[in-house]
Design a binder for this molecule. Sequence first.
Ligand SMILES: [Cu+2]
Length: 222
Amino acid sequence: MSLVTAAAAALAVSMTVISPAAAAPSATAADPSPNPTAFVLERFRPASQAQGDRGAVTYDSALVPTTAVALVAELRLPGKWHGEMRDHEMREQGEHGKHGMPPRGTFVFLALRGVEPDHHFGIHVHTRPCGTRPDSSGPHYQNMKDPEQPSTNPKYANPRNEMWLDVTTNSRGDARAKSLVKWHFRAGEARSVVIHEHGTSTHQGRAGMAGDRVACINVPFK
Ligand SMILES: [Cu+2]
């Protein structure tokens, strides 16, 4: 079983045990293991109670109520990258590779519980911590930075150069997303996961846009 598969399995199991009651207001922890990881389990607070670079806040309690819970886990894969591979080839190599080494990259898993049911949310990693204002979290994290900001060019604003975690919630308002990219975050430059009001556009001039920022989760990405 590859590291990615194992992590996904472990996280899927962890999701079966989280509940709003299990989420302490500040259950943020960093794991200093050889594969650096970040793990955050938070209940959303009103934006007026934003606390520096900790916790999660909601700017729209109709879509993301203060009873909702978010789990974000990052796994940084330090392995070597063997040439140009597509995502499915990368997973196959992780599964069956002769090198016994997972590929280099960053895996992020997100789970939401108790947000707006049957709704499509655009979700991305942003560069700044959450704050009292929706725009506190700054622009999207980009591996290759678009010289033109705000970035709406699909050459830069895409889910291979940014970390996108869009979800569609079920009838209970629960959802999960995961994404695997080929790069690592630059230290201190990826600080939050932002939930937007609708799905993320991929069209020229609108790429990466997903409407208003409705909630934000601080994550100390490694
Ligand atoms: Cu965003």
